[in-house]
Design a protein around this ligand. Structure first.
Ligand code: AHG
Ligand code: MN
Ligand code: MN
Length: 332
């Protein structure tokens, strides 16, 4: 069939890939495809702003304003505005919940998709030219179309995600996403202004030897099993790799194998990462690649959220590594 041939061809544009997938659902009215296109568009705008980050700092230092005369804003706030604007104009989202917004942002009441977003992940790395990202999830509303979105619409478990993914603004910019039928990665070709399929059907190694954790704060890890697992990593001479941008750490581990850990700490008893904006999306992504994501007791995707901004411990990556961590937690 032509559509499936297009879907797996390296070099096919994201737009074409989305369209060919849409054709497999004859009842589709294209709303979901529009939503993905809007996310991709906003990410290109954010990519452009990120590439100017150093320059803006210099201009700011000599008291200049940008071309539009705007006062410069922090990049994570700017990214939030860019995604909200694109999704609002596209009309395919009924609401957004964002790490940068306290409550629900209502958009088109006649649309059926809710977007949860961490517009700029790894913001402490912006100033130092290190990879950062955007993380997103898409849910279907529960309430009737035409009404305002309520909290119950938003507080759905990760297993209810219709799609999820991330954009990595790195040595190249990539958009990686899933709709529950495998995981595909697209690289941004700036001269064409297009994402092209570069990493079809991504699979994570079931076992590997890289671990990613902020070990500098290990004295504040509250579960003894974490220390047992970290000792296991050292005894086996695993490589420690920690960028401090969740998207970048997960992306590397997806492609090379590895485990990422952000456990509960004395200062963050529920861990630091947000369930709705970071953990759920990346758990869906990593599971689609054959990996695993847990809070140490429960599959991340099965957690019933009670608040939009709630946090969770996160252990995610290669299947056997996450299982070894779980064993260390149980046995200690
Ligand atoms: P954000 O920039 O969206 O606030 O997220 C930062 C997160 C995540 O990207 C990263 O892995 C983690 O914070 C780093 O935390 P530590 O500095 O405590 O290691
Ligand atoms: Mn983040
Ligand atoms: Mn953020």
């Amino acid at each position: 069939m032509e559509s499936s041939r297009i879907a797996i061809s390296i070099g096919v544009t994201l737009d074409r890939f989305i369209r060919s997938n849409e054709k497999q659902y004859p009842q589709s009215v294209g709303e979901f495809s529009q939503l993905l296109r809007d996310i991709a568009l906003a990410s290109k705008v954010v990519n452009r702003e990120i590439n100017k980050a150093g320059l803006i700092d210099i201009m700011g230092a000599v008291g200049n304003q940008n071309a539009a005369g705007d006062e410069q804003q922090k990049l994570d706030v700017l990214a939030d505005i860019r995604f909200t604007r694109a999704l609002s104009k596209g009309g395919a989202a009924c609401a957004i919940i964002s790490e940068e917004e306290e409550g629900i942002v209502q958009l088109n009441p006649d649309a059926k998709y809710i977007v949860a977003i961490d517009p700029l992940d790894g913001s402490s790395n912006i100033d130092v030219n290190v990879s950062i990202g955007t993380i997103f999830s898409v849910y279907r509303r529960k309430s009737a179309v035409g009404t305002a979105i309520n909290l119950e619409d938003c507080l759905q478990p990760g297993s209810a995600q219709v799609a999820a993914g991330y954009v990595l603004y790195g040595s190249s910019t990539m958009l990686v996403y899933t709709t529950g039928q495998g995981l595909n990665g697209f690289t941004y070709e700036a001269t064409l202004g297009e994402y092209v399929l570069s990493h079809p059907d991504i699979h994570i190694k079931p076992d590997a030897n890289t671990y990613s954790i902020n070990e500098g704060i290990s004295k504040s890890f509250v579960q003894p099993g974490i220390h047992v697992y970290l000792n296991h990593c050292k005894e086996h001479h695993y490589a420690a790799r920690y960028i401090g941008s969740l998207v970048a750490d997960i992306h590397r581990n997806l492609l090379k194998g590895g485990i990422y850990l952000y456990p509960a700490t004395i200062h963050h008893p529920q861990g630091k990462l947000r369930l709705m904006f970071e953990a759920n999306s990346l758990a869906f992504v990593v599971e689609q690649a054959g990996g695993k994501a847990t809070d140490g007791e429960k599959r991340i995707l099965d957690i019933e959220p009670t608040q939009i901004h709630e946090k969770t411990p996160l252990f995610i990556g290669s299947l056997q590594m996450v299982e070894a961590l779980e064993n260390a937690l149980v046995g200690n």
